[in-house]
Design a protein around this ligand. Structure first.
Ligand SMILES: O=C(O)CCC(=O)C(=O)O
Length: 252
């Protein structure tokens, strides 16, 4: 059992031996199902306390609306001064840092970023992509935690079309650890669906350089607006941007 701030959450971890290996050509993953007990309060707390964004950006003249809410905390290994970055990096809040510690223990990897996704409904999604940017270094370990609703999770081999698509679902309290050549050789997605419950996804990663930090804040915070989850819905907030990273009851 470990307690994460605020002390409300006494989460019981399941044995690390309970991980199930998922292997295929160039695919190397472990699924902990469930990773811990009683995450319901944690889901609600994160949803209501994190600052969320619906990021818009432009690629090659095309305007893209990210089809989910996102937010991010962390800073790359160089630990540059804040002025080295396009946006001021935000420290990982203690609650997410405590989860990160437990995920590090079970995965044997170390992380300096937590990326958060909130899929409000089945129209929210993430299309096929891999977390293979050079700022993650070779063969990065990415740990992905689900809180709340179940969503389909599809993976496809990038080059060998004879390898069947790997289809699973990710459920409340699941922890999926993707290792080795998984990111280099496979893409993953959370497709759109109808009639699904809202879901939070946390991914733990390690960025090795300033480019990683700039990329993560650009695509997961962007230029606003900020949303807060209040009374069961997301509302655009006029919080002071200086307080975006504050989680009530936690120091900054
Ligand atoms: O929500 C998920 O399970 C996947 C998230 C993901 O692929 C990402 O954030 O890069």
């Amino acid at each position: 059992m470990f307690t994460v701030a605020p002390p409300l959450f006494n989460l019981t971890l399941h044995s690390p031996l309970a991980g199930k290996a998922i292997v295929d050509k160039d695919l190397d993953m472990v699924l902990y199902r469930p990773f811990f007990d009683s995450p319901r309060q944690l889901y609600a707390y994160l949803l209501e306390s994190l600052p969320w964004y619906r990021v818009r950006y432009t690629v090659r003249g095309m305007s893209i609306n990210t089809p989910r809410y996102t937010t991010v905390f962390g800073k790359d290994l160089t630990q540059g001064v804040d002025t080295a970055y396009q946006k001021k990096p935000r420290p990982i809040p203690p609650l997410l840092a405590a989860l990160k510690d437990e995920v590090e223990k079970v995965s044997g990897a170390s992380f300096n970023f937590v990326l958060c996704n909130f899929y409000a409904d089945g129209k929210d999604s993430i299309s096929y992509h891999s977390d293979d940017e050079s700022f993650l270094g070779p063969e990065p370990t990415i740990a992905s935690m689900t809180l709340g609703g179940t969503r389909a999770f599809y993976m496809r081999h990038k080059t060998d079309k004879s390898v069947p698509v790997y289809k699973t679902d990710l459920r409340d309290a699941d922890l999926l650890i993707m290792c080795g050549t998984t990111q280099a050789c496979w893409e993953h997605s959370v497709p759109k669906r109808s009639n699904v419950a809202p879901r939070i996804n946390l991914t733990f990663r390690k960025a090795i350089n300033v480019r990683g930090t700039n990329n993560y804040y650009r695509y997961n915070v962007g230029d606003g607006p900020l949303f807060r989850y209040i009374d069961g819905k997301m509302v655009e907030s006029n919080d002071d941007p200086a307080h975006h990273a504050t989680i009530p009851g936690e120091s900054r």
